[in-house]
Design a protein around this ligand. Structure first.
Ligand SMILES: Cc1cc2nc3c(=O)[nH]c(=O)nc-3n(C[C@H](O)[C@H](O)[C@H](O)COP(=O)(O)OP(=O)(O)OC[C@H]3O[C@@H](n4cnc5c(N)ncnc54)[C@H](O)[C@@H]3O)c2cc1C
Length: 385
């Protein structure tokens, strides 16, 4: 692997860094944010700023107006965007839209791309991805899916209930995963403004970084025309993997930016704040925490770059993305947690951005596969060797 940045990569990195510093960080205290994320109005403003700077939806293919970034390019840009909790919203690279763009570029028909993908890439609509269900339905184990799709002439009729659907409130369309009568699963595309799609409520979660929060969504006999099937009937679980491997990795990239921010805020505090006659950083207990932060950030970045490189070679990278997801979600969490500790009381308050990052990052060890499930699948792989 070549770790040096090409002139184009360096230029994109610096442009993104400047954009986040000049156009996004000043909006971090904007009142148009609540427990369910930035308002649509704030999101639109952020997206307009990224558009003006030529940084909107950079991961989309050039054919669709993006920058056609490779996975390694994404590692560079997404870390920079992640430096602010609002950065991924501005660049239109947050979950679930970022993963949905990737999946639809791979499997959607030309008509589906024109109708749903292009407005998503252009930042005019948001989307959601509906897989997880309340118990006893699909969670860590997607094969427990209860939402059913039953063929009725030229339509499929979808009935069931999903929850923790990020961005559902305000989304223009959904990718819905449903079980078929033969036990396989299929993905469907559907506009959200249909009476058979009911958002029962928004869930109050720890995080507040996703526009639209997380919804409980019910499908009351939603009729989806056969041409709105995403990809091939019965391939839903396989497509979920197509979407998840890169999507997991981009979470690692964005959260790396936020962990780096927390570390920098804590380092600054430790250099300036005095206790017991010297700056905090001179106390070994604090200095060592910062040193541990640097090691965690470094190993997370290396793992991301390696996995990105594997994906750029055209490999599926399922094992690498699993391993990298656990490594990063846990290392980045440790960095933020230590940063809170170093900041003392201000670390658990709104005095710095770090408490917000702390609340936002916790769920990363659960979504896109809890750490235990990834460890379990790695152990199964080892047992087969
Ligand atoms: C903030 C957030 C956003 C989300 N956004 C979306 C979204 O947009 N769309 C969507 O479809 N879903 C979304 N999810 C859901 C997410 O994908 C699920 O939470 C995840 O798959 C785990 O499922 P579960 O919560 O039902 O946990 P469960 O399946 O009930 O598991 C609970 C715990 O059991 C343990 N466990 C499970 N299996 C094993 C095992 N084999 N070995 C050891 N331990 C195990 C793990 O510790 C796990 O955390 C989101 C979740 C969160 C928290």
């Amino acid at each position: 692997m070549d770790f040096s940045l090409s002139p184009a990569q360096l230029d994109l990195q610096q442009r993104t860094r400047r954009f986040i510093a000049d156009e996004v960080i000043p909006l971090e205290s904007d009142p148009r944010q609540g427990s369910h994320g930035p308002s649509e109005e704030l999101r639109n403003e952020l997206v307009a700023r990224a558009r003006r700077h030529g940084l909107l939806t950079p991961h989309a293919s050039k054919a669709h107006g993006g920058l056609g970034l490779s996975h390694v390019d994404k590692a560079i840009v997404f870390e920079e965007a992640g430096y602010s909790p609002l950065g991924p919203v501005a660049l239109n690279i947050h979950a679930p839209d970022e993963g949905n763009v990737h999946l639809m570029e791979e499997v959607a028909t030309a008509a589906q791309k024109a109708r749903w993908l292009q407005p998503l890439i252009d930042g005019h609509v948001r989307s959601c991805f509906c897989m997880t269900e309340p118990p006893p339905g699909a969670g860590s184990d997607p094969s427990m899916m209860q939402t059913m799709a039953v063929r009725d002439g030229e339509h499929y009729v979808i009935t069931g209930r999903k929850w923790f659907i990020t961005g559902a409130t305000g989304a223009g369309f959904a990718i819905i995963m449903a079980r078929m009568e033969d036990g396989s699963s299929t993905m469907f595309l559907a506009d959200m403004d249909q009476p058979e799609i009911v958002i029962e409520r928004q869930i109050d979660a720890l995080d507040s970084c996703f526009t639209g929060g997380h919804g409980v969504v019910r499908f009351d006999g939603l009729r989806v025309p056969a041409e709105d099937v995403l990809g091939t009937i019965g391939e839903g679980f396989r497509y979920a993997q197509v979407r998840l491997a890169p999507a997991r990795l981009t979470h690692c990239m964005r959260w790396l930016g936020q962990a780096r921010r927390a570390h920098e805020v804590a380092s600054d505090y430790a250099r300036k704040r005095q206790a017991f006659g010297q700056p905090l950083i001179e106390h070994e207990g604090v200095g060592f925490m910062l040193a541990d932060n640097e090691m965690d950030l470094h190993s997370a970045r290396l793992a991301i770059w390696h996995c990105a490189w594997v994906l750029d070679q055209g490999q599926k990278g399922r094992h690498e993305s699993s391993l990298t997801k656990v490594l990063c979600s846990e290392a980045e969490w440790r960095v933020v947690d230590r940063s809170v500790q170093i900041l003392g009381a201000s670390g658990v308050s709104d005095e710095t951005i770090v408490a917000r990052i702390f609340k936002d990052i916790r769920a990363f060890r659960i979504y896109d596969g809890p750490s235990e499930v990834h460890r379990w699948s790695m152990a199964k792989r080892i047992s087969r060797l």
